[in-house]
Design a protein around this ligand. Sequence first.
Ligand code: ADP
Ligand code: MG
Length: 139
Amino acid sequence: MSERTLAIIKPDAVKKHVIGDIISRYEQAGLTVVAMKLMQMSKPVAEGFYAVHKARPFFDSLCTFMSSGPAVVLVLQGENAIKKNRELMGATDPAKADDGTIRKAHGANIEFNAVHGSDSPETASFEIGYFFPGMEIFG
Ligand code: ADP
Ligand code: MG
């Protein structure tokens, strides 16, 4: 079933000049970029995006990181896009990520881990709507 997922190339990966490498991985895996922008989140925007993690000890640090510089926010579309992108990303902690994954290649640690990907249809729907009005998605 074709579906959509929200991906973010986080500020650490933008600073490392690996935007192109990461987008290549999405496309090589058969995912289509149907929306994309480079943007620097304000801290409140990052807090709203990660509201589900509000009670976690790393929440403030995470939102400071996510608003520390420009990030690429994308909508990817394709068969099983949510699961496929999670597989491309690898485990949250790059030290535990499989070889060949984005986080293994470009993540520094469990916080500065290069990419975000929605984890379910419900979160994908919330996250896509958080950054893109329907008219900016080319499906
Ligand atoms: P994922 O991004 O793999 O879905 P989570 O949703 O659990 O992981 O966490 C969201 C983000 O918060 C992670 O990608 C990472 O940047 C950060 N994070 C997660 N766990 C920790 C932790 N223990 N310490 C610091 N930052 C963390
Ligand atoms: Mg998550």
